[in-house]
Design a protein around this ligand. Structure first.
Ligand code: BGC
Length: 457
């Protein structure tokens, strides 16, 4: 081991990809109107600049993320950090529509890769009794990234420091966390489970000894035995074999992960995260600056509730958290829809805000963290990389579709948010039977125990 690292450092730096995920998806709401006027873009072009990250993310998770069963979690985290650096640099220095789209797609590749790699990496490092809390670090970083993006939007707006346009500062500020992720990737240890899968038992022993400071050698050996029992003399598999396993013996895990990932988006979270200022400007006639402050308030509530989620994550069954979150979100969204469809929408701003905060808090305590935690723990070791990649890509595809659909629906309802919120409420309700039927309980079990419960062969 190169450095005497402690767990706090490992899990914070290991989760940094989440911060860039949140930052790069959150920053564009404030930057896009400025870029639009600077480059003289039409609405469709601006829309594409926003969504190109989502397209890149889908490709990045499926390609780079899927390679992690072969090259390891850590090495590919370094690749994604480099892509973050290149994408942030290029987007801050873009000279027109085409170069901005290229830069945003590169950023997307990085975001997608990080979202496929990080949950599995954290789950494989964490001790089982604290795996939920430690894996929630990823979602916590996502929410901090979103909040930092809102803060950067506010802080740089109208300030052309050193003669450089404000939006270039907004986009360029992502270079700092990208650099930190690169440093983290270089000094962090490889996942002990990946090392075992590769047959490097000595390496796995060393990493586990470093991670389990409160355990003696016997405890570390016992954990290694557990991992050995699922690796058990398996032949090295090619990509075709991995895919066959994924849709064959690992299918229950695939169904659970893809379903949870898609539903996490269908409950409509990004209608609030990406479009909240627009909702308040168009729906309630708020001035732009006030609308951004509403976003900041929601961003703070999102972070605060996710901090609380790290505390409760290992105390309640994951399935209970998901179902409770669905019920609370369905209630808040139904009330929002009724208020805005039946009532006089222009007078409903304050109540809408309160209900949106309730909805965000419910999401942040349930579907926000639990979806990513489950993604990292539900797949058998031999297909964990490729499975996480497919699950994460499903999240990005659903995100893309919901974001596009939201704007169309909002226009169809004459800029009344009641319409789209009613649709999202229906998905919250539908998510409940899905969880009860298809999602296994993973809390408190070792990854190897979960694997034995899921894989029939
Ligand atoms: C979701 C993102 C969302 C964020 C909000 C994440 O879990 O995957 O799409 O923007 O939560 O906090």
């Amino acid at each position: 081991m190169r450095f005497p690292l402690n767990s706090a450092f490992i899990f914070t730096f290991g989760a940094l990809g989440g911060l860039l995920f949140g930052f790069d998806t959150g920053i564009i709401s404030g930057a896009s109107p400025l870029i639009e006027s600077d480059f003289g873009l039409n609405v469709a072009q601006t829309g594409f600049i926003t969504s190109s990250v989502l397209i890149g993310s889908c490709i990045g998770s499926l390609s780079i993320g899927a390679l992690s069963d072969r090259f390891g979690r850590r090495r590919l985290l370094i690749v994604s950090a480099v892509l973050f650096l290149v994408g942030s640099g290029l987007s801050a220095s873009a000279t027109g529509f085409a170069s901005m789209v290229v830069a945003r797609i590169i950023l997307g590749l990085a975001v997608g890769a990080a979202s496929a790699l990080t949950p599995a990496y954290l789950a494989e490092l964490a001790p089982r009794e604290r795996r939920g809390s430690l894996s929630t670090m990823f979602q916590l970083m996502v929410t901090v990234g979103i909040l930092l993006a809102y803060a950067a939007n506010l802080g740089f707006l109208g300030r052309d420091i050193a003669g450089i346009r404000d939006w270039r500062w907004m986009l360029g500020s992502a270079l700092v966390p990208a650099l930190l992720l690169l440093v983290g990737g270089i000094v962090l240890p490889e996942s002990p489970r990946f090392l075992m899968e590769r047959g490097d038992e000595r390496g796995a022993f060393k990493v586990l000894t470093l991670l389990r400071k409160d355990m003696d050698e016997v405890g570390v050996e016992a954990e290694l035995d557990g991992i050995r029992s699922v690796v058990g003399g398996r032949e090295r598999q090619g990509a075709g074999e991995a895919l066959r396993r994924l849709v064959g013996s690992a299918r229950p895990a695939l169904v659970a992960a893809v379903g949870v990932m898609v539903l996490q988006q269908l409950v409509g979270i990004n209608s609030v995260i990406y479009f909240l200022p627009q909702v308040f400007i168009k729906g309630f006639g708020f001035p732009e600056a006030d609308a951004i402050w509403v976003s900041v308030g929601v961003g703070v509530a999102n972070v605060a509730a996710t901090v609380a989620a790290t505390v409760i994550m290992d105390r309640f069954p994951r399935r209970t958290l998901l179902v409770a979150g669905s019920v609370a979100m369905a209630v808040a969204l139904s009330a929002l829809a009724l208020l805005n469809i039946l009532g006089d929408a222009s007078h409903a701003a304050i109540l809408t805000m309160v209900l949106i905060v309730l909805y965000i808090v419910a999401f942040a305590l349930s579907w926000g963290p639990v979806a990513w935690v489950l993604l990292g723990e539900v797949f058998p070791l031999s297909v964990r990389g490729i499975g996480s990649a497919v699950g994460s890509a499903a999240n990005w595809i659903a995100n893309f579709l919901v974001s596009q659909f939201f704007l169309v629906l909002l226009a169809a309802f004459g800029d009344n948010v009641g319409g789209p919120f009613a649709v999202f409420a229906v998905f919250c309700v539908l998510s409940i039977p899905f969880v009860l039927l298809f999602v296994p309980e993973t809390r408190g079990r070792s990854l190897e125990d979960i694997e034995r419960g899921i894989v029939g062969d």
